[in-house]
Design a protein. Structure first.
Lengths: 422, 542
C-alpha cells in the first residue's frame, strides 16, 4: 500500500513529504523544530467556556452569535486558519459589519503595496528547486522562518541546462545569517543598507560607473565580483523575507530596489524574486479575502459594502483606538498567538476566542471554543508562500478528543445569528 | 412537479428549432416531453425569445492569476463595490469581479456554464476552491500542459513517447478534475525560463531541444486518442506578433487534420503588410478555418475600454510589459509547469493597432461560414470583460450599428479592415449557435446547450428589442436546472452550480516514472497531487 505523506501546516513552505507517526502526540520524522513543536503539543481536554465556565458547543455558539448581533463593529482577527475557516470568517463579517485582519498582515503590507503600485517578476518553489543556478538571500538565511528550506529545494537529479549540483549556488547578504553545513558566500551588510547595495548592483550590471569606494560597508571589488556572478547566472532567484526588513517605508524602498535588480538582470538573463515567510495561514487568509471580496486584507464590511483600508483596518490600530466592540480571534495552529494583553481591555471588549487547545484560555476570553488544527485533527486547504499552490493537509493524526474545525464553529455561530435561514 | 414555459419563440439549434412558438416542460431540473396531465406551474413566455443558457468556453474566471489581477486593479475594486442584497453577497470589481459577483453577473446575462481555460496543474486546488465560491453557474476548467518539464522530459526522453504522453495527460486531467487540456505557447513558456525571448513553430526550445510543432502535435494526438470530449485547446505560438497569422496558418497545417480548437484566434490573426507593418489577416484565417473541418475556434474579440490581460504566456506578457496601463505588471514562472503574466490594458479606438484588432475579430465572425465551429468570446478579461457580450452581439447582428462604430475608429485601420464591405448580420439562430449550441457540442456536453428532453433546464428568455445590446443585457427570465435564478438583472435564487469534468473519479496514483519525474520538478509530492472525491466534496461544500 503506497504510503501517503503528510502536509505540515506550521510554516508557509507546507512541506508535504513528512512521515508522521499518529497518536496522542503525533511525531513527525524530521528535525524541523516548527514541525516537532507544532505536531507534538499537548492537546488539553478543554471544553467550550463562557466566562470560564464549561458549556456545550451549541451554548457557546449562541452566546457568540448574540454578542455579534448586538455589536456595531466586530473585529475578526488572528485568522490563523485554513481556507474553509477563512471563508466562514468572511461570511460572518459580511453579516455583522466586521473588520478582518490577519495577525501577521503587517509583514505582508510591503509586498501588497509592491503589487498595487508596480508588480514584479516572481517565481515559485518548484522553479527554485529545479531551475535556479544562483540563489541570493537578502537579509535572511530563510531558516528561521522555514527550517527545512534547503532540504525542500535540494534536488537529487540534475536539471537539464541548469546546474550540476543539488542546490543552486548560495549567496547571503546581510548580517548574522549563519548557514551551517552549506557552502555559501556571505557578504556582511547592515540590514538598513540592503536596498542601497541592491541599487548599486543594478547600476553596475547596467554598466554605470561609480566613484564610491564602499556601499553599505562593502568594497567595490566585492560588489563587482557579485555583479559579475549575477550577470553570468542563468536563472537567479533573489529571495527576501519581508518580516525581517526594517519596517515602514524602508521595507518598501528596499523591496523596490530588489525588484529593480531583478528587472535589470532580466535584460541579459533570467532572474526572479521570491518573498519568504508568512506563517499562521497569512497567505491563506490573503488569497481567500481577495477572491471573496475583491481585495486582499485588510478589509471591512459596513452596510453590506466592502472597503479595503490597510491603515484603518490594521487590527492593532483598531484595538488600540477602541474602535471594535467585539473581538473574534481565530488561532488554529498555535494557542499562544494572541493579541498582547494591553490591547485587550476585558471589561469593554468581549473576546470570542477560537484557539487550538494546547493551553488553557486566557481569563479575558468571554467565550472560548477550542478548535482543531488543520492537518492534525481535520483536513484543510492551506496556501503556500508563493501564492499559487494550495495543499490539502489531510489530518486524521489524532484519536480521542475531537475539537471541531474553525469553519464548523464559525458556521455554527452564523447559523445562530438572528435572521439566518435554517 | 412539472413547470411549463409556454409560447416562447424558441431557438434551439441543436434540435433544429428556429424561432417557432414552442412550449417547454421541466421536471426535476431537466426538460421533459410534454406531459399527459396539465403542468403544476405555468409561465407564459409569449413574445419572448427563448434559448438555452449561455456557455462561455473560454473565460479567465478563477485561479492564482485572477487574484493577482484583482490586486493590480485595486482602483477598479475600490470604485466599484457592490452591496449585499437579500440573497447576494457583497463584492467588488468590474473587470475581474470577486467570485460571487462573477456568478451573479454571468447568470444575470443568461449564462449557465463557464470554463476557465488556463488552469495551472499546481494551482488546481485554488482554482476549484475559488470556483466553489462562484454561485449559480456550472463550471469547468482546462488543465495547461505542454510547457511543463514533466511533459517535455517525457517527450524528449523516448523515441515513441505516445503511450507515456497519453498516460500523463489522462493522469493530469483526472487529478486536476479538468474538462479539457490547454496548451499555451507550446514550449514557449518553458523556453522563456531558459532566456529564450521568442519561439517559432519550428524553432528548438532551449531547455529540451523540442519544437513547438512537435510539442503541440504530440499533445493534440494524445488528447484525440484518449477520446477526451474537447480537442486540444490551443493558444498558439507568437500571439500578438505582427505576422502571427503566418504562424497560425503553419500551425493549422502542422496539425494535419488532428482535431483541435484554436483559441482567441483574433490575437493570432495579424499580418505585417502596410507602412505600419501591421495588417489584418482575419480573412486568410477565416478561409483556412472554413477549409479545415476538424477545427473549431473562439474569437477573443477586443472591445474598447479598460481591462486586464491575464495569460499563461509569460514570454508574450513580459515582452508586452511596456504597454501596461496603468503601469503594473506581474510575471511569474510557475512550478515547472507554466507561467503567468498579468497586465492592465486599455484598448482605444484612436489606436491604429487596437482598432485593427477590433476589426480583425469581427472579420473572423463575419467570414467564418460555419457558426457551429466558432464560439463567441472576448477571452475575458483579455479582450474585454464578459459584460461586453451584449454589445458584441449587437455588432454581429446590426450592420448599421457596426458601421457607426467603424466610423469612430482610427480611419486607416477602418480602411484596411475591409469591414465596410461585410454585410453579414447574424441571425438569432446563429447567435444561439455561437453562444450556446456550438460550445456545448465542442465541449462534448450532451445535456447542455439545447432544449430537448433530457437536457438540464438551463433556459433564458429575452424580450426582443431592436437594440440587440439592450435585448441581451437583461433577460426577462433565467432558469438554472429548472429554478428561476434571475429576472431582469435581479438575482432571485443562488443555487450552487456543478463541476463539469472529463474523467470523474480523481484518477489513480501515478506510475513510477511519472512519480519520479513529477517529484523531481515540483516542490510537492505526486501522491498528494490528485484531488480525490472526498477532497472535491469538501472544496464544493457550502
Amino acid at each position: 500500500m503506497p504510503e501517503r505523506t503528510h502536509t505540515c501546516p506550521f510554516c508557509a513552505l507546507l512541506c508535504d513529504d513528512l512521515r508522521i507517526a499518529a497518536g496522542a502526540r503525533p511525531r513527525p520524522h524530521t528535525r524541523c523544530h516548527l514541525a516537532r513543536d507544532g505536531y507534538g503539543r499537548a492537546r488539553l481536554n478543554l471544553r467550550p467556556q463562557i466566562d470560564g465556565n464549561p458549556v456545550s458547543m451549541d451554548t457557546a455558539c449562541r452566546k457568540a452569535a448574540r454578542l455579534l448581533a448586538r455589536a456595531k463593529r466586530p473585529l475578526y482577527g488572528g485568522l490563523a486558519t485554513d481556507v474553509a475557516g477563512m471563508r466562514a470568517a468572511v461570511r460572518l463579517a459580511e453579516r455583522t459589519d466586521g473588520i478582518l485582519d490577519h495577525a501577521h498582515s503587517a509583514t505582508m503590507q510591503a509586498q501588497l503595496r509592491l503589487l498595487r503600485e508596480r508588480g514584479w517578476l516572481a517565481t515559485t518553489l518548484g522553479e527554485l528547486r529545479h531551475r535556479a543556478d544562483l540563489l541570493v538571500l537578502l537579509g535572511t538565511n530563510a531558516l528561521s522562518a522555514h527550517p527545512r528550506f534547503f532540504e525542500r529545494i535540494r534536488t537529487r537529479t540534475t536539471a537539464p541546462a541548469s546546474r550540476t549540483q543539488p542546490l543552486p549556488e548560495l549567496v547571503t547578504i546581510g548580517r548574522d545569517l549563519p548557514l551551517p553545513g552549506y557552502a555559501a558566500w556571505h557578504i556582511d551588510v547592515p540590514p538598513g543598507s540592503l536596498g542601497e547595495l541592491a541599487h548599486a548592483l543594478t547600476l553596475r550590471i547596467a554598466g554605470h560607473a561609480t566613484r564610491t569606494r564602499r556601499i553599505g560597508g562593502v568594497a567595490m571589488q566585492v560588489l563587482d565580483r557579485l555583479a559579475r556572478k549575477l550577470a553570468r547566472a542563468r536563472y537567479t532567484v533573489l529571495a527576501w523575507e519581508p518580516a525581517r526588513l526594517t519596517s515602514g517605508t524602508q521595507a518598501d524602498l528596499q523591496i523596490h530596489a530588489f525588484c529593480d535588480l531583478v528587472e535589470q538582470l532580466n535584460h541579459g538573463s533570467r532572474a526572479v524574486g521570491l518573498a519568504l515567510g508568512g506563517a499562521h495561514g497569512a497567505h491563506t487568509a490573503q488569497a481567500v479575502s481577495t477572491w471573496l471580496s475583491g481585495h486582499p486584507l485588510r478589509i471591512g464590511f459596513q452596510g453590506g459594502l466592502v472597503q479595503a483600508d490597510p491603515i484603518r483596518f490594521d487590527w492593532r490600530r483598531v484595538l488600540a483606538g477602541g474602535e471594535a466592540d467585539v473581538l473574534v480571534w481565530i488561532s488554529a495552529f498555535d494557542g499562544s498567538l494572541l493579541p498582547a494583553p494591553e490591547l485587550l481591555p476585558a471589561d469593554s471588549l468581549p473576546l470570542i476566542l477560537l484557539a487550538r487547545a494546547d493551553r488553557p484560555p486566557p481569563p479575558t476570553a468571554k467565550v472560548y471554543i477550542p478548535i482543531g488544527t488543520p492537518g492534525i485533527e481535520h483536513p484543510g486547504h492551506l496556501c503556500r508562500l508563493d501564492g499559487m499552490v494550495a495543499h490539502y493537509a489531510r489530518g486524521g493524526l489524532r484519536r480521542g478528543i475531537r475539537h471541531p474545525a474553525a469553519a464548523e464553529v464559525l458556521s455554527g455561530i452564523y447559523a445562530h445569528l438572528p435572521g439566518t435561514q435554517p | 412537479m412539472i413547470l411549463e414555459l409556454k409560447n416562447g419563440r424558441v431557438y434551439d439549434p441543436a434540435n433544429g428549432i428556429n424561432g417557432e412558438r414552442h412550449s417547454l416542460y421541466i421536471r426535476n431540473g431537466r426538460l421533459c416531453r410534454p406531459p399527459h396531465r396539465p403542468a403544476n406551474q405555468s409561465r407564459d413566455l409569449r413574445g419572448l425569445v427563448v434559448m438555452p443558457g449561455g456557455i462561455d468556453a473560454h473565460t479567465h474566471l478563477a485561479g492564482g492569476k485572477a487574484n493577482l489581477g484583482r490586486i493590480l486593479m485595486h482602483e477598479d475594486h475600490r470604485d466599484h463595490a457592490v452591496a449585499a442584497g437579500p440573497l447576494t453577497r457583497p463584492g467588488s470589481g468590474t473587470i475581474l469581479p470577486s467570485a460571487a459577483l462573477a456568478g451573479y453577473r454571468y447568470a444575470a446575462l443568461g449564462y449557465t456554464a463557464c470554463f476557465e481555460p488556463a488552469m495551472l496543474p499546481a494551482n488546481a486546488r485554488l482554482t476549484h476552491l475559488e470556483f466553489a465560491d462562484v454561485p449559480i453557474i456550472d463550471k469547468g476548467c482546462y488543465v495547461m500542459l505542454g510547457n511543463d518539464d514533466v511533459y517535455l522530459k517525457t517527450l524528449a526522453g523516448a523515441r515513441r513517447p505516445g503511450a507515456a504522453v497519453a498516460d500523463y495527460v489522462a493522469w493530469m486531467v483526472a487529478a486536476t478534475r479538468a474538462r479539457a487540456v490547454k496548451i499555451v505557447n507550446p514550449g514557449g513558456i518553458n523556453a522563456f525560463k531558459y532566456n529564450q525571448r521568442k519561439l517559432d513553430l519550428d524553432e528548438a526550445n532551449r531547455g529540451y531541444g523540442l519544437t513547438p510543432r512537435h510539442i503541440l502535435t504530440e499533445l493534440a494526438r494524445a488528447v484525440a486518442e484518449l477520446g477526451l470530449p474537447h480537442p486540444l485547446h490551443i493558444h498558439g505560438c507568437n500571439l500578438g506578433a505582427a505576422n502571427s497569422a503566418a504562424t497560425t496558418l503553419a500551425t493549422i497545417n502542422a496539425l494535419e487534420g488532428i482535431p483541435a480548437h484554436l483559441t482567441h484566434l483574433q490575437f493570432h490573426a495579424y499580418g505585417k503588410e502596410g507602412k505600419r507593418g501591421f495588417s489584418p489577416a482575419g480573412d486568410r484565417l477565416a478561409e483556412a478555418v472554413n477549409a479545415t473541418q476538424g477545427l473549431s475556434i473562439d474569437v477573443g474579440q477586443i472591445m474598447f475600454g479598460n481591462t486586464l490581460t491575464a495569460s499563461g504566456d509569460t514570454m508574450h506578457q513580459y515582452a508586452t510589459r511596456g504597454h501596461a496601463r496603468p503601469r503594473r505588471v506581474v510575471c511569474m514562472d510557475l512550478e515547472c509547469e507554466a507561467g503567468c503574466g498579468v497586465l492592465p490594458f486599455r484598448y482605444r479606438e484612436a489606436s491604429f493597432v487596437n482598432a485593427l484588432q477590433w476589426a480583425i475579430g469581427l472579420q473572423l465572425y463575419l467570414l467564418i461560414d460555419d457558426p457551429w465551429r466558432i464560439f463567441m468570446t472576448t477571452d475575458h478579461p483579455n479582450g474585454a470583460p464578459f459584460t461586453a457580450y451584449p454589445r458584441l452581439i449587437r455588432l454581429l447582428m446590426d450592420r448599421e450599428f457596426r458601421e457607426e462604430q467603424l466610423a469612430a475608429i482610427h480611419p486607416e485601420a477602418a480602411a484596411m479592415s475591409g469591414l465596410k464591405g461585410l454585410t453579414r448580420e447574424y441571425s438569432l439562430y446563429e447567435i444561439a449557435i455561437i453562444t450556446r449550441a456550438g460550445p456545448a457540442r465542442g465541449l462534448g456536453l450532451t445535456d447542455h446547450g439545447h432544449l430537448g428532453p433530457g437536457a438540464f433546464a438551463n433556459i433564458v428568455a429575452y424580450r426582443p428589442h431592436k437594440n440587440y445590446e439592450r435585448m441581451f443585457s437583461e433577460p426577462e427570465y433565467v432558469y438554472k436546472n429548472g429554478q428561476l435564478v434571475a429576472r431582469r438583472g435581479h438575482i432571485l435564487a443562488v443555487p450552487t452550480g456543478g463541476l463539469i469534468e472529463a474523467l470523474p473519479g480523481g484518477g489513480n496514483m501515478p506510475g513510477r516514472t511519472l512519480e519520479r519525474r513529477f517529484n523531481a520538478s515540483h516542490a510537492g509530492c505526486a501522491r498528494n497531487f490528485p484531488i480525490s472525491n472526498d477532497e472535491l466534496a469538501e472544496i464544493y461544500a457550502q
